[in-house]
Design a protein around this ligand. Structure first.
Ligand SMILES: Cc1cc2nc3c(=O)[nH]c(=O)nc-3n(C[C@H](O)[C@H](O)[C@H](O)COP(=O)(O)OP(=O)(O)OC[C@H]3O[C@@H](n4cnc5c(N)ncnc54)[C@H](O)[C@@H]3O)c2cc1C
Length: 267
């Protein structure tokens, strides 16, 4: 690990001002991705700006049909929150499926979406629930936020401050987890909003994506039969040591069907 300085801002404004004044500084949230990167000397920030002590970046609130989760909220807090369980149970379940208790106690929702690991779980819920990523500068629809592998619409020195999820009529998340890490080899988030359906897929592609053909088929008729012949182009899926692309395509189809079955059978 290269030497760095540590800074603990008390507010979002102070964090952003510090990042603007120190070109080599990097935000630190749960550190579950960033710290191993530092240990391997793959990054050499001059300063780490710790976001986890900023009160305005924490907390879970509901306002009408919007569930807002502060960016520095750990996965374990989301998984055990009564508010989340009552508003969007599929999101509680997703948070509880992330990694292991150690990672869930440190890793945060803001760090997860900002990092946009192709196998991370929260990006699927953000896209599936038509969420808004609130940043220190603006509000970004999830549809525009996840740009590519480990790439988002965030600008330099822009911080994710909260995620606002829309409460669906019903939603389910199912994943095939990597046995060691818990990361999704393929994960599918299905959400119903009135007659509309959103299907977000993580783990299978270079970044989370919406399976629009499945959305259209399910909007016409919501049931597993509707997914039977829906195409999924495996040439755009990941093909690596964890799973070949055709296997991932099959996992996506199976988990989409299971998610829909869960919703049609009442959970
Ligand atoms: C062993 C292991 C298993 C895991 N398994 C899973 C899994 O099953 N599913 C899953 O979804 N995830 C998994 N993860 C990822 C983990 O849950 C965290 O979500 C992830 O490491 C990033 O969150 P963090 O809070 O630790 O961010 P950090 O590591 O602190 O930061 C990650 C990156 O995001 C930037 N950043 C952090 N916060 C912000 C912000 N608010 N605004 C802008 N930029 C920011 C940092 O500068 C850094 O570049 C796993 C991690 C480990 C180590």
């Amino acid at each position: 690990m290269y030497a760095f300085s540590y800074f603990r801002p008390a507010s979002i404004d102070e964090a952003v001002a510090f990042l603007k004044d120190h070109e080599g500084a990097k935000p630190l949230s749960g550190g579950m991705t960033l710290v191993p990167t530092l240990k391997q000397r793959l990054a050499a920030p001059s300063h780490l700006v710790d976001l986890t002590w900023i009160p305005e970046m924490k907390g879970i609130t509901v306002d009408g049909d919007i569930l807002r989760i502060g960016a520095a909220t750990p996965h374990a807090v989301v998984a055990s929150s009564e508010t989340v369980a009552q508003t969007i149970p599929a999101l509680s379940r997703l948070a509880g499926l992330i990694a292991d208790p150690q990672v869930r106690n440190r890793g945060t929702i803001g760090g997860s979406v900002a990092n946009n690991d192709p196998a991370a779980d929260y990006p699927a819920s953000a896209l599936g629930l038509d969420a808004t990523v609130v940043t220190s500068e603006r509000r970004i629809p999830a549809d525009d936020f996840f740009v590519g592998m480990f790439e988002t619409a965030l600008r330099e020195t822009e911080l994710v401050t909260a995620i606002e999820f829309k409460r669906p009529d019903a939603a389910a998340y199912l994943k095939y987890a990597h046995a060691a890490s818990g990361y999704a080899v393929a994960g599918v988030f299905v959400a119903r909003f009135g007659g509309a359906v959103r299907v977000a897929v993580t783990g299978a592609g270079s970044s989370v994506f919406r399976w629009t053909e499945a959305e259209e088929a399910l909007a016409r008729s919501f049931g597993i039969e509707s997914l039977r012949d829906v195409p999924l182009d495996d040439s755009m899926l990941l093909d690596d040591i964890h799973a070949p692309a055709p296997y991932r395509a099959n996992l996506v189809k199976v988990h989409a069907r299971r998610a829909v079955a869960e919703l049609t059978n009442g959970g």
